[in-house]
Design a protein around this ligand. Structure first.
Ligand code: ATP
Ligand code: MG
Length: 554
C-alpha cells in the first residue's frame, strides 16, 4: 500500500485498501451506471462522488455507462442531460461514454452459453403465471412446465426470439437456478424479455432486451470494473450477479458492494416521483429550481463544490437514514459566503428621498465586492437623491426592538451615509409612497458625531436601478418524509414559490447565471438561466442568509 494513498474514511475505501494490499487488484476501476430514463438527482450525486471520487483518490478510472436495457422509458434527452450533469458536478469519465447496448451482441452470446450449459431456458408462461409460480417469501415457487426443455429446443426458440418471431410477453429466457431458493432473485430470474420498441442507440436491431441483472455483471466484467458499487436494495441481487459470472468464462472478475441510498428530508429522490411532479405540472420542469435534480439545483444557484462537500460530509455507510435538509443548506451557505460577491437589491421597493441633496446630485461610491476577499475587487455604485429601500425597513413608529428606519430615527445606508427620516408621503389608499429624509455628509465610512446609527439598511439608487423579478423558493413539501406518505402529492407546499418585482443595482444587469451573488441582508441569488434577455432580468433565490426554517417551523 502506497503511503500516498489517503487513510480510509469509509468501508468501501477499506475494502479497496485491502484488495490492493492483497493484490486482488492492481488498480481501481469503478463505473457510474445511470439509466437514461430521467434527470439525475441528489442521490445520484452521492453515487457520482463516490465512484468518480474513488477513481481519483486511487489514480484509477471511472466509466460512465448508460444502463440502457429498457428502451421503453429511455430518451436521448436524458442521455445528454446526464452527461452535462456529471461534468457540471466536476467529474470526467475515463475514455468514451459506455452503453450497456454496446454489448448487446456479446450479451446474446453469453445467454446462448448459459443455454448450452443447461442453466437457462426459454419459458412460455405468461408474465402473470411467472409471477404466480414464483411463490412468496414464505412459500417455495413451482417449476415452470417449460423448465426441462431439451437444450436444442431452447437454442432454437431463443434464436426465434431474437429473430422477432414471438410476440411481447409470449416468451422469455430464464436462468435455471432454484425455484425454492430463500432468495427470490434466484428463483429462475428472467434474463431476456421481448420488447417491440425502438432503442435510442440500436434502433430496430433488437426485439429482445437483457434484464439489468443479467447485463450488469457482464458489462462490469467486460469493462474490467474492479469495484461495482450500488445501493442496498441490490444486496440480494449480488447472488445473481455472482451466479452469472460463475457460469461464464470472462477473464476479469468484478465484485459488487452495496451502500445505503441518500434520502434527504422535505424532498423525494426517485426518478419516478420526480417525473410525476413534472407531468402533473407541480413544477415547471425537471430543472425547476425547487427540484432536487442536479439541473434544478444548478439553476437555483447551488454550487457544484457545495454538493461535493455535502456528499463528503454525509459519508458512505450501510445505514439507511434521512439526511436533514439543513446539512445540505449549510454546505451551500458556507460555500457562497466565501465565494459570492456582494451586491444590493430591493425586493419590495419604497422610495426614499434625500431632501438635502440637489435634484441632479450624482455620486459614485467604490464598494468592496466581498468583506473578506479583496481579490474579488470593488465596483462603482451610483448614489443619488432618490433611492429605493425595502418597504419592511421603514415604519412610521416602532418599539425599540425595531432596528431599522422610523420617523425621527437614524439609520445607516449600507456602504453610504447615515440618514434621518422626517416625513412620509401617502397614496390615496393610505399606503406610504415615499419617505423623506436628510443625510449627514460627514458620515461616509465614519460614525456621526452623535454616535453610531442603530441599524443598517440596503438600497438601490432609483435613477440607475434595474427592474428585476425575484423568485423566492421554499421547500417543496410540508412533511419531512413525503415518500413515506401514501398520498405524497398532497404534501406539496403551496407556498414553495413566491415572486416579487423590485430592483437591482446597475452592475447586475450583466450578471451571468453561473455567478452567484449575496444580495446584502436578503440571501444568495443567481440569475435565472432561462431568462437571460436584458428585458427580463430574473433572479432566483438560492438560499436565505440564515436557516430561517428552524424559527418558522413547518
Ligand atoms: P431512482 O430510484 O431515482 O429511479 P435508480 O437507482 O433507478 O434511481 P439509476 O439511474 O439506475 O437510478 O441510478 C444510477 C446509479 O445511481 C445507481 O448505481 C444507483 O444505485 C445510484 N443511485 C440512485 N439513487 C441513489 C440515491 N438516492 N442514493 C445513492 N445512490 C443512488
Ligand atoms: Mg435503476
Amino acid at each position: 500500500m502506497s503511503l500516498l494513498q489517503p487513510t480510509p474514511t469509509h468501508f468501501i475505501q477499506q475494502i479497496i485498501e485491502e484488495d490492493l494490499a492483497a493484490q486482488r487488484c492492481s488498480t481501481v476501476h469503478t463505473r457510474f451506471p445511470p439509466e437514461p430514463n430521467g434527470y439525475l438527482h441528489l442521490g445520484h450525486a452521492k453515487s457520482i462522488c463516490l465512484n468518480f471520487g474513488l477513481a481519483k483518490a486511487y489514480q484509477g478510472s471511472c466509466n460512465l455507462r448508460f444502463d440502457d436495457t429498457n428502451p421503453v422509458n429511455e430518451e436521448p434527452i436524458y442521455v445528454a442531460s446526464i452527461q452535462d450533469d456529471v461534468r457540471w458536478l466536476g467529474f470526467q469519465w475515463s475514455g468514451p461514454v459506455h452503453y450497456a447496448s454496446d454489448h448487446f451482441e456479446a450479451l446474446y452470446h453469453y445467454a446462448v452459453a448459459l443455454i448450452n450449459q443447461g442453466v437457462a431456458y426459454v419459458d412460455e408462461l405468461t408474465p402473470e403465471a411467472i409471477r404466480h409460480y414464483r411463490g412468496t417469501l414464505t412459500e417455495a415457487g413451482k417449476n415452470s412446465p417449460y423448465r426441462d426443455r431439451p437444450r436444442a429446443e431452447n437454442l432454437r426458440l431463443f434464436e426465434q426470439m431474437r429473430a422477432g418471431e414471438f410476440a411481447e410477453g409470449s416468451a422469455c429466457l430464464r436462468a435455471r437456478i432454484d425455484m425454492a431458493s430463500p432468495f427470490m432473485v434466484l428463483r429462475d430470474p428472467v434474463l431476456y424479455r421481448i420488447k417491440q420498441a425502438t432503442h435510442h442507440q440500436t434502433g430496430e436491431c433488437w426485439p429482445i432486451y437483457p434484464m439489468y441483472d443479467f447485463a450488469h455483471p457482464i458489462c462490469d466484467a467486460l469493462e474490467q470494473i474492479t469495484h461495482s458499487l450500488c445501493t442496498l436494495e441490490f444486496q440480494d441481487n449480488r447472488r445473481l450477479y455472482d451466479w452469472i459470472l460463475d457460469h461464464l468464462t470472462i477473464a476479469h472478475r468484478p465484485r459488487q458492494y452495496e451502500f445505503s441510498r441518500l434520502n434527504v428530508a422535505y424532498t423525494v429522490l426517485s426518478k419516478r416521483k420526480l417525473q410525476q411532479l413534472v407531468l402533473e405540472q407541480v413544477v415547471t420542469g425537471w430543472d425547476d429550481p425547487r427540484m432536487p435534480t442536479l439541473s434544478g439545483l444548478r439553476r437555483r444557484g447551488y454550487p457544484a463544490a457545495a454538493l461535493r462537500d455535502f456528499c463528503s460530509r454525509i459519508g458512505v455507510t450501510k445505514q439507511e437514514n434521512l439526511v436533514e435538509l439543513s446539512l445540505l443548506e449549510s454546505c451551500v451557505r458556507d460555500h457562497l459566503n466565501q465565494h459570492a460577491p456582494r451586491a444590493m437589491a430591493v425586493l419590495d421597493p419604497l422610495k426614499l428621498i434625500i431632501e438635502n441633496l440637489p435634484l441632479a446630485h450624482q455620486e459614485i461610491l467604490s464598494i468592496a465586492n466581498h468583506p473578506q476577499q479583496s481579490a474579488l475587487g470593488e465596483r462603482q455604485v451610483p448614489f443619488g437623491r432618490e433611492l429605493y429601500i425595502e418597504r419592511t425597513d421603514f415604519q412610521e413608529s416602532a418599539d425599540k426592538h425595531y432596528k431599522r428606519l422610523v420617523l425621527g430615527g437614524r439609520v445607516r445606508l449600507r456602504h453610504a451615509y447615515v440618514i434621518t427620516a422626517h416625513r412620509v408621503e401617502k397614496a390615496a389608499n393610505g399606503e406610504i409612497s415615499a419617505v423623506y429624509c436628510h443625510y449627514d455628509p460627514e458620515t461616509l465610512g465614519q460614525n456621526p458625531a452623535e454616535g453610531k446609527a442603530r441599524g443598517v439598511i440596503h438600497w438601490v439608487a432609483a435613477a440607475q436601478a434595474v427592474p428585476a423579478t425575484f423568485n423566492l423558493y421554499d421547500r417543496l413539501f410540508t412533511v419531512a418524509n413525503p415518500a413515506a406518505e401514501e398520498a405524497w402529492l398532497t404534501t406539496i407546499n403551496p407556498d414553495s414559490l413566491k415572486q416579487c418585482q423590485g430592483f437591482v443595482e446597475l452592475a447586475l444587469q450583466q450578471a451571468s447565471p453561473e455567478q452567484p451573488y449575496q444580495f446584502e441582508r436578503l440571501g444568495y441569488f443567481c440569475r435565472d438561466q432561462h431568462a437571460t434577455e436584458q428585458s427580463a432580468l430574473v433572479f432566483n433565490r438560492t438560499i436565505e442568509l440564515r436557516d430561517v426554517w428552524q424559527k418558522k417551523g413547518p
